[in-house]
Design a protein around this ligand. Structure first.
Ligand code: PMP
Length: 312
């Protein structure tokens, strides 16, 4: 049969996705003045329940990102969480699902000029949900060290997930794909490892040390990244060292993996012409296994990271 029309939350109401209309004057279209999140829900067919991973943490980051752009999402976090759950209910999301809330600058107030600025510009909120399985090949990805450097935090605050910033990531990705790679690893202006286009980078040294660049560096401090650091410490007795990583360390590593809501835990098979053994190494496999058990609700100690939505 014909696919059921998708329901989105837009402009204060739930509506069919095709009915969304945005004025051509929408400021975010012009200047990238929006913020967004990516949130995953994992379907548990036995319990008829969608397990939404770290919903509050994502909404808190959305609020913090919004504050950077003086965006008013119109709802406190508890209400945003309710709206996300209602969106999932209305779309009857009985499958692994990706939720994309977006806050963005709409239009300058009437009688004001068409300016590049933040205050005096109204805000809008749109949220959609779509089925999503693996976003990248879970057996591993091939990466290229990008010729595009990561926008530094003193140009655009790195801890905010700002739409316009992703021009940087899209350029890097396009260039990597043109070179036959799956993803790009961007360096900061000083030449240290920053992050991949939609994920954070972890390096396992030949001595077994697990390293990732600090949350204060020029990168988006991922919620998956924080979860992995916590899981490795508590469940594997591995303390992740948070410090800057050089390209030499990246290429000399025993294992490299990426963490992010979309990519989940993705082994890196190669960076440029350097390979890491053709398959996920032991630390990467451990992280993948822990993460998978946590998001599927199989580890009791981390059930509080999940918001349960039972769909009857
Ligand atoms: N870095 C960038 C640039 C991203 O877009 C993402 C995805 N949100 C991440 C890192 C990983 O963040 P998270 O684990 O919170 O999804």
């Amino acid at each position: 049969g014909a696919p059921r029309p998708r329901t989105v939350y837009h402009g204060g109401a739930f509506m069919t996705a095709e009915d969304v209309r945005l004025p051509a004057s929408t400021q975010a279209l012009h200047y990238g003045t929006g913020v967004f999140e990516g949130i995953r829900g994992y379907w548990d067919p036995t319990a008829h329940t969608l397990l939404v991973f770290r919903l509050n943490e994502h909404l808190e980051r959305l609020q913090r990102s919004a504050a950077v752009l003086r965006l008013d999402l119109g709802h406190p976090i508890a209400e945003l969480a309710e709206l996300v759950l209602e969106l999932l209910r209305r779309n009857d999301c009985r499958h692994d699902t990706y939720v994309r809330p977006m806050g963005y600058k709409l239009a300058l107030e009437p009688g004001t000029s068409f300016g590049v600025r933040l205050s005096g510009v109204s805000s809008a909120l749109t949220m959609s949900a779509l089925p999503m399985g693996s976003y990248v090949d879970q057996r591993g990805v091939r990466c290229k060290v990008s010729r595009f450097r990561r926008v530094p935090t003193n140009c655009v605050p790195s801890s905010a997930k700002i739409s316009g910033l992703y021009v940087n990531n899209a350029l890097a990705m396009e260039d990597a794909v043109a070179d036959g790679c799956d993803d790009a690893i961007l360096l900061d202006l000083a030449g240290n490892v920053s992050e991949a286009t939609t994920s954070n980078v972890f390096v396992v040294g030949r001595d077994g040390t697990v390293i990732t660049p600090p949350a204060t560096a020029d990168l988006l401090p991922g919620i998956t990244r924080a979860s992995v650091i916590e899981l490795l410490a508590a469940e594997a007795g591995i303390t992740v060292v948070q410090r800057l990583v050089t390209v030499a360390e990246l290429k000399d590593a025993a294992e490299v993996f990426l963490t992010g809501t979309g990519v989940e835990i993705a082994p890196v098979l190669s960076v440029d012409d350097v390979g890491y053994g053709g398959a996920a190494g032991p630390v990467t496999r451990k992280v993948k296994d822990l993460y998978s058990r946590v998001v599927h609700g199989e580890l009791e100690a981390y059930r509080h990271w999940l918001t349960l939505l039972t769909l009857g």
